[in-house]
Structures are given as structure tokens and as C-alpha cells.
Ligand binder design. Structure first.
Ligand code: SF4
Length: 496
């Protein structure tokens, strides 16, 4: 038995993926790390945008590539993909995305199927661990046959639970014979966009071959992706071809009076299916999240059981409420020094404080409960800058990982406008929260030098917690943009 993330990594290796890049983030962090440990050409990019651009270049060069990102990383790849879906690619390009229904380790639970369909890319999701290698193989073939990046979605439940590995053979490479120009510009956009729609029609016909339907019954359960592995019923359709839907799916489902769609997070399949059935005049009823028969977000095995039982009784399901507590900082954490110094200097004053992705988010938990806001990675400087327009000095706190990922842009604007912000960059020399991956500063890039190159005039540096109070006092006592880079590692046993 192997864990889901190990199964993905092994399949990518067996398929002969020659270049793997991405950005660490649960639930798929281990996928790339296993491949790094096994000596494959795998790396972490500073962010997902850089990862997808490099992988696109590699694919154009004939190198089979994969990008490994979590669901929020999908937001960063939209820009280049909205051109690459028109120009097409050369060698296979797989986008391995880890979704987190229930947001057990993330700031949201966005559903990658929605964004992938917006990008007009095919989406596959294996229905079990055993099926995953075969689904990845089909994704690779599809990518090279249709010259499109293909999204393969995995959920946290898939990645963190175990199943059997099913061996696969590496398909022959299907390279373009002539090197073509991958240029997306006004003279070819309309034509390429029409061709993309034609490709999606071809794909929906290819997906027809995957359909397996039960023979009998008036009701059927249609489960999208890995949810199928949680259903203990015979009248089940395990749908692995998520977007576009198989072209004949509505007609094939017409023999059932009621269809219950089980999926995690959004009502994605349910919505598409209902609309297609309506367009084709099919009167079967489709039930799911939009009809209140299935809850939004994650579906555990227990949720699936409750949902089906309630559906059979003609009732709406009731789910037990889950109470979660935020996790706080470890002992001897560098953020603890920052929090204590801020609280001392602020006294009774209420200062607006923006946190960021990474361990700074733990400052929201007791005993500090310091944060007013925390959204996406790298956002704290920009948000603090916006709030400071209210004529108050604000504070932003980010780690070195968020700084390199995308924090730099907000800092550049704050610097250009001499915004009334104190930014604290905690440099613990790692992306601590996602597993202590090395950040660029460990590889010789100086945060201070970068900040000065960005035009920031007041940059101070400290390695001593005793100095923080004085630095904060001075900064909060004057207008303008100040940055403190606090260099302090986490307890040594946390580093690999
Ligand atoms: S991993 Fe490091 S930065 Fe994160 S909470 Fe623990 S000590 Fe603090």
C-alpha cells in the first residue's frame, strides 16, 4: 500500500516526466519532493507563475513536464495559460493540482475544476488510488495528442490516504515533427480560439469511451473523481473525465429518473449536467448541492452515507457541525518575538496588522490574536498600504517565503509611494509551514539588497529580539515606509 502523494510521484516517474516544477503547498508538496529525492529533474520555483512559464518552455522544447501546485496556485497560472491554451504545447504538460475541500490546510477551498474549465483545459480526476496511474497516463497521452496542458485534480483525502499502486507503461513520445511558433497575437487569436473549442469537442467524444453505467434502477449516483471511492453502492457511476463532460453522458443518463451528483467542493458537474440535459430535452431530475441534497465543500465517507440515506428518504441531509481551533506558534518561534515587541510598543493603541501566508497566520491564534486580516500569499504589504490611506500607520508581517513568492510587488508600490507602513519580514530561511523548503535567500539572494534595489529607503536588520521594541517604536513614531528584516531561525530540529 502507498499513500496517494507517493502514487502520483511514482506514476510521474514511470511515465517518463522529464521536468517537474511547482510551488510547495499541501496536499501535493510531497509529490515533487519525492521526485527530488529520487534524483529526477525536479525543483521548486519561487511561485506558480514562474513554474508554469518554465514548464511551458520545456514542453515547447519537447520535454515532458509537470507542474505541481495547490489549488490557490491555480490563480497564478491563469495569465500564461490563457494564451498557451490557444497556441497549444508540444510535449505533454500536466498540471497536477491538489485541492483542499474543507480547507483543512488552506486559506480557502476553491475548486480547481472551475478555474480549469474557465481556462478551457481538460480536467481528469481519478476515482481511486488504483486508477490514478492509468488516469495520469491518459492525461499525458491526451496532452500530446491534442497539444493542450491537461489538469489532473487530486484532493487532500486522496493524497493523505493509502491505496494500491497499479503499474503502467510509459507511452511513446508524440512530438511535433516541425518546430512551430507558439505566438498568441491578434492575427491568430480568433482562429485558435475556434480550434480550441473544436479540440474540446473531440475530447468530450474521447471521454465517451470512459463511461461505465449500471444496467438497472431508476436512480443513479454520479460521483466526480475521488468521491467515488467513498460510495458503497452498486448504482454508481465513477466519473473521472470531469471537463468537458463526455458528449453522450446526458443521453446515457436519460434512462434514470433521478441522478444524485456527489462532488467536492462546488456544484460543478451538477450544474453542467443539468444544463446539458435541459438543452437536450431530457427530463431526468438532477440532485446535488444546488438542490440542497449535498453539502458544499468536503464529503467524508460518513457525509456520503448520510447524503445518500437522506436522498432515499426524500429528505435534506443534516451534518454534524465541526469545531476547529487555530494552531498557535511553536515554542521559541521568531514570530513570538515580533508579536511581543509589537504588543509592548502598541500598548492600548489599536494598530491595523496584516498577516500573510505561512506561519505569520498563526499570530491570529491565542495568546496574541494580533491580526486584523490575512488573505492570500504575499498580500500583506499591499493590504496594509491600502488601510494606511486612512491616515494611520499600519503593520504588515510576512515571512521570507511570502516575500519571494509575490510580496515584492506590494513592497515596490509601498516604496514608490512612501506608504505609511511598517513591514516586518521574518526570515527563518525556509518555507516553514509547507515543510521547510529552502527559500532563495538560503541560496545567496539577499533580502536587504533586493529591498534597496526596490527603492526602499529605510531598511533595518536585526537578529536580536531585544532590539525589536526600539525599532518598532521609532518606526511607528514617524510617517513613511519602514522595513525590518528579522533574521531568526526556528528551533534547529525543525529543519531537514
Ligand atoms: S515552524 Fe517556525 S515559524 Fe512556524 S510556528 Fe514553528 S517556530 Fe514559528
Amino acid at each position: 500500500m502507498s499513500r496517494g502523494d507517493e502514487i502520483i510521484a511514482r506514476a510521474l516517474e514511470e511515465l517518463g516526466i522529464e521536468f517537474i516544477t511547482g510551488h510547495p503547498g499541501s496536499p501535493v508538496t510531497r509529490v515533487a519532493e519525492i521526485l527530488m529525492e529520487r534524483g529526477l529533474n525536479a525543483e521548486w520555483a519561487v511561485n506558480e507563475l514562474s513554474a508554469i512559464e518554465t514548464a511551458l518552455g520545456a514542453s515547447f522544447a519537447g520535454i515532458r513536464s509537470a507542474v505541481v501546485i495547490k489549488h490557490v496556485g491555480m490563480n497564478h497560472i491563469v495569465d500564461p495559460i490563457m494564451c498557451a491554451n490557444l497556441t497549444g504545447v508540444n510535449s505533454a504538460l500536466l498540471i497536477i493540482v491538489g485541492d483542499d475541500p474543507g480547507a483543512t490546510r488552506s486559506q480557502n477551498e476553491q475548486d480547481s475544476r472551475v478555474l480549469a474549465s474557465f481556462m478551457e483545459l481538460p480536467v481528469l480526476e481519478p476515482s481511486s488510488h488504483e486508477r490514478a496511474p492509468e488516469v495520469l497516463k491518459s492525461a499525458l497521452t491526451l496532452s500530446e495528442d491534442l497539444r493542450l496542458p491537461v489538469v489532473v485534480r487530486f484532493t487532500a483525502d486522496f493524497c493523505y490516504t493509502e491505496g494500491k499502486y497499479h503499474e503502467i507503461k510509459k507511452p511513446e513520445k508524440n512530438l511535433l515533427r516541425e518546430r512551430k511558433k507558439w505566438i498568441s497575437t491578434m492575427e491568430n487569436v480568433e482562429g485558435n480560439h475556434r480550434k480550441l473549442h473544436e479540440k474540446l469537442k473531440v475530447i468530450s467524444k474521447i471521454f465517451d469511451e470512459w463511461l461505465r453505467l449500471p444496467d438497472e434502477g431508476e436512480e443513479v449516483i454520479l460521483a466526480s473523481g475521488f468521491v467515488a471511492s467513498k460510495v458503497r453502492e452498486k448504482n454508481l457511476i465513477a466519473l473521472e473525465t470531469i471537463y468537458p463532460l463526455p458528449s453522450t453522458l446526458p443521453e446515457k443518463l436519460a434512462k434514470f429518473k433521478k441522478i444524485l451528483v456527489l462532488e467536492e467542493v462546488e456544484a460543478f458537474v451538477e450544474r453542467h449536467l443539468r444544463s446539458e440535459m435541459h438543452l437536450r430535452g431530457i427530463s431526468s431530475q438532477v440532485f446535488g448541492k444546488e438542490t440542497g441534497n449535498v453539502k458544499l465543500g468536503r464529503l467524508t465517507e460518513e457525509d456520503v452515507k448520510r447524503t445518500i440515506e437522506a436522498f432515499r428518504r426524500g429528505e435534506m441531509p443534516k451534518y454534524p457541525e465541526e469545531i476547529r481551533k487555530p494552531s498557535g506558534l511553536c515554542e521559541q518561534c521568531p514570530y513570538e518575538d515580533v508579536a511581543e515587541a509589537i504588543l509592548k510598543v502598541a500598548g492600548e493603541r489599536k494598530i491595523f496588522i496584516a498577516g500573510d501566508s505561512g506561519c505569520s497566520v498563526r499570530l491570529r491564534a491565542p495568546p496574541y490574536e494580533l491580526l486584523d486580516v490575512k488573505l492570500n500569499m504575499g498580500s500583506s504589504a499591499g493590504i496594509a498600504r491600502g488601510f494606511s490611506l486612512k491616515e494611520e500607520k499600519t503593520i504588515a508581517i510576512m515571512g521570507d517565503s511570502a516575500f519571494f513568492h509575490s510580496g515584492i510587488y506590494g513592497i515596490l508600490d509601498a516604496s514608490l509611494n512612501d506608504s505609511n507602513v511598517l513591514l516586518v519580514i521574518v526570515d527563518n530561511e525556509a518555507a516553514a509551514m509547507s515543510g521547510f523548503q529552502k527559500t532563495p535567500n538560503v541560496r545567496g539572494v539577499s533580502i536587504e539588497e533586493l529591498l534597496r534595489a526596490l527603492g526602499v529607503k529605510r531598511v533595518s536588520t536585526s537578529e536580536e529580539k531585544e532590539e525589536l521594541e526600539k525599532i518598532f517604536e521609532e518606526s511607528l513614531g514617524r510617517r513613511g515606509f519602514d522595513i525590518l528584516v528579522y533574521h531568526r531561525r526556528c528551533p534547529e530540529d525543525k529543519y531537514k
